[in-house]
Design a protein around this ligand. Structure first.
Ligand code: 13P
Length: 256
């Protein structure tokens, strides 16, 4: 059964004190009633992961993810962080292929494929991000771009692997811009991704993979997005930095 998930991507934000305050705020706000059967994931900057995981040891609602991972297990790669390191901290998941990493750090579908493999090999879930730029949207071939990201990033994986892979559709033109995809635009892409999953794997796998929407998702627009049949939840940037806003989005998911 595919899961409803609301994940927060904190990106390169928060001081240590702010991060720990945000965790406390979420711990207080997220009760069984608020969370329901929604899976909640937060993704703080890597330097805080250890303390955030520690602060959530007794919390049953909030899982913790990293924002990136290196392709190799270890070695002379100054400044990088590996999947075995994240696994040793009891991190639950890794965001892979965020458009900001593709845009500013040269990540390709090929490197994402390797990173997804690293996550899975280390018992971490992968949240694989895909999505088109404004130019690609305007050119009309955005679906081709997105499905190519799916095909290349997921090359070689089998249906069973998809149990630990979450997809996040994030139109680049909607990220941090305040411009949100309409529910119809997002649903069209999500349905296309699910149809592709059915063809690439099988109908059951397509039905079971969680496909999240990301891009200016806020408490005020989350419910109409989550009401779409193929939108299983959200990957939230800016609004995940505020406990009240993030909780509002989780409530929208739980109650949709
Ligand atoms: P915003 O919610 O700030 O648009 O960011 C979305 C995003 O990039 C989440 O990964």
């Amino acid at each position: 059964m595919r899961r409803r998930i609301v994940a927060g991507n904190w990106k390169m934000n928060t001081t240590y004190a702010e991060a720990m305050d945000l965790v406390e705020g979420l711990k207080n706000a997220l009760t069984q009633e608020v969370v329901g059967d929604t899976g909640v994931i937060i993704t703080p900057p890597s330097v805080y992961l250890s303390d955030v995981v520690g602060a959530l040891v007794d919390n049953e609602f909030i899982a913790v993810a990293a924002q990136n991972v290196h392709e190799k297990d270890n070695g002379a790669f100054t400044g990088e962080i590996s999947a075995p390191m994240l696994s040793s901290l009891d991190v639950d998941a890794i965001i892979i292929g965020h458009s900001e990493r593709r845009q500013y750090f040269g990540e390709s579908n090929e490197s994402c494929k390797v990173k997804i493999g690293q996550a899975l090999n280390n018992e971490l879930a992968a949240i694989y991000c895909i999505g088109e730029t404004l130019e690609e949207r305007q050119s009309g071939n955005f679906m081709e771009v997105i499905l190519n990201q799916c095909a290349e990033g997921l090359e070689g994986f089998i249906a069973d692997d998809m149990d630990n892979i979450i997809l996040a559709y994030e139109p680049v033109w909607a990220i941090g811009t305040g411009e949100v995809a309409t529910p119809e635009q997002a649903q069209e892409v999500h349905a296309g991704i699910r149809a592709w999953l059915a063809e690439r794997f099988d109908a059951e796998t397509a039905e079971n993979v969680s496909v999240l929407y990301g891009g200016s998702c806020k408490p005020g627009n989350a419910a109409e997005l989550f009401a779409q049949p193929d939108i299983d939840g959200g990957l939230i940037g800016g609004a995940s930095l505020n406990a009240e806003d993030f909780t509002g989005i989780i409530k929208a998911r739980t109650n949709a």
